[in-house]
Design a protein around this ligand. Sequence first.
Ligand code: GLC
Length: 518
Amino acid sequence: MRETWWREGVFYQIYPRSFQDSNGDGVGDLAGITARLDHLNDGTPRSLGIDAIWLSPFYRSPMADFGYDVSDYTDVDPTFGSLGDFDRLLAEAHRRGIRIIVDLVPGHTSDRHPWFQAARSSRSDPKRDFYVWADARREGRPPNNWRAVFRRVGSAWTLDEGTGQYYLHHFLPEQPDLNWRNEKVREAIDDVMRFWLDRGVDGFRVDVASGLIRDERLRDNPRIQVRGWPGRRNWDLDEVHDIHRRWRKLLDSYDGDRMAVGEIGVRNLRRHVRYYGNDDELQLSFNFHFLEQPWIAERFRAVVEEWERLLPEHAWPDYTLSNHDRRRAASRYGPERAGVAAVMLMTLRGTPFIYYGEEIGMTDVTIPPERVVDIDGRDPERTPMQWDTSRNAGFTTGQPWLPMGDFGRTNVAAQRDDPASLFSLYRRILRLRKSSPALRRGSYRTVPGPRGVFAYAREVEGESVLVALNFTKDSQHVSFETGPGRVLLSTDHARDGEDADLQRVALRPDEALLLRAR
Ligand code: GLC
């Protein structure tokens, strides 16, 4: 498999509202991100050492869904700065060898987008067909039984009083769905992609990439549905793959290995794998199963083994433990497991995606009712980055848009000089990954272990790295192969470099070990 930055590198997701505020309005911005790039990669072991950033939306938006409701795809919302700020961020990142992919939100616009404003102005407006319109089924009843993804929204249809028809929206009513059966919509989004590719971005994270195309006849969904996602007639239709192939061609028409990673909301991995196509669709596709596993070694192993079995030769996996839509990993599993989780994410075969703050073990923050701002309960995992112990953790000089977490205990500055900290573990493991072809692109092989231990080998010609993850609170033993070995890295840094008997490797509670034969 050809070496490429997005296969071998480590991604870091930034939620721009919450990374760093530069102008004191309490909301993070692009200039703030630029000012903090040295934390991510300054070329020395003091920094985290990531290779690429995924930026959640910073486009013009009324912020009904905090940027996932776009009213202008080719401009920066004043809250986040200007296009000039974006260019500076991109240039500064590239100067440090950091790539940037931006969030593409093709499924829906804001209801304030000029396209929707035109579309709702009359049934005969030329932009009418940019969206999905339908008549009431019966007086006062929506056209069918489709539900929005946000539970509190209910029906995916809202009546537009002015023109007397319903429009489709799989998220908020303020996020009308674009009509992807309309070639003009496809062309308009091509233009958006070209705009950012021409500006120099390295690719896209594609929002709701498995939605987009809905049943043409708008038939009801069957009553029994898969939990969490709407049913078959408005999700994961075969025709959506045509759009992904179109995007791949567009990406490939640029030089410099531009790529896209799709948000694929398909639980069944056998269906999911189809999004890799014949190496002619999006290069990566998010596997979200780690976000749903309880802390049980066998469960994680089962996900990895199934994915490894299903992926065709050309396809490359990726894994993630947290994002802006889900509880943080350190909260789901408990902070004492964050080290094992980190070593797993960084050593499996596949591209890791780290969510900002994960590197210091940030946890979900309890939000008092009067400060709740998200309709879908996602504020706790979106609180501001915790840099130091100064006012508001160094995030803002103003009033932070969400409450701050426990930054007195958990912050970058305190962890930077502590060799036993989670941040130090992340820095060690990222450096090791960078220096090891086996970890970056080697094969994956499960190694049998006792209950509660997930063990595997990563191998390339001439190098083999063994990984042992203890998911339990007990001491464990794993047997790899005969012969003496060495500890490359442990969650307990004091063990780095120790000799080890690979026949009988001792694992402490909540410990992860990387080993190599001597
Ligand atoms: C995706 C995003 C989520 C957003 C939704 C609507 O699932 O990750 O944050 O609310 O799409 O755009």
